[in-house]
Ligand binder design. Sequence first.
Ligand code: CP
Ligand code: NVA
Length: 304
Amino acid sequence: MDKNIISIDSLSLKEISLIMKLAGKLKRAPFMRKAALANKTLALLFQKPSNRTRISFEVAMTHLGGYTLYLSPEEINMGVREPVKDVACVVSRYVDIIVARVFSHNDILTLARYSSVPVINGLSDLEHPCQALSDLFTIKEKFRSLKKVKLAYVGDGNNVLNSLLMIAAKTGLDISVATPKGYEPAREIFDKAAAAAKKSGSVVTISNDPFTAVRGADVVYTDVWASMGQEADKQQRLLDFNGFQINETLMKSAGADAFIMHCLPAHRGEEITDVVDGKNSIIYDQAENRMHVQKAILLKMLGK
Ligand code: CP
Ligand code: NVA
């Protein structure tokens, strides 16, 4: 396994499959490895707020017998109080593994380059790989096989979509994306996803039409229209994303029993209505699974 998890692209199919299997076992028996990470310390270096990523990693570490240090944006002030390189060189002398949440993807690359311990991307402006691993786990939980499962993503071509697109393309899950014009996923990710899809047989479609994207979908996924750091663009984005909301009308075009997913936090009335609370929503399962999958990630990264 690569020392770090920065991008879905760097994970092999075998590694993804091992993480899925181990997460399944840990979900059924949460304390089966309760001393595996004894004397190990995880540092959560966060430049942005978090509910799920922070808590699920902390609790995962507790269940595995390890310790976590949460370092809020104010404490380390990475890149402002001192260079990212110095943070990497110093923190990695104290702890055994780092999860970092950064604004710029370059910062996570710099951290990984200079850290002597594994670095996990807990969200950058380009990717959210732990979310995608956990989302794959949630989808696998609901369907026996990924063959013929169609995932539709409607909304912003952001970090969450980039990682989701890549994992779908790698694992053979069909994915149909609709974003407004100008909000498509990153070109470099799309090109890699297209190449991965050729190998896996996944059908990847990108369009600007939400109704076409969700037609016949088994799962419909969305995320916020303005990500953390994009608050200044929010008013413009509300206009640009008009028509891209997951609501009852859009869901009528999806498969009759289509599940609804959202990485959260959700903004009801913007990218999604109260279908969040409806019977087809698997959003809270999705959030819970972050913890099970992250336990598997921690164990694999630390060679346990
Ligand atoms: N989905 C997710 O990463 O949530 P947080 O921002 O609360 O960690
Ligand atoms: N795209 C969102 C995801 C939050 C988990 C953001 O970057 O803010």
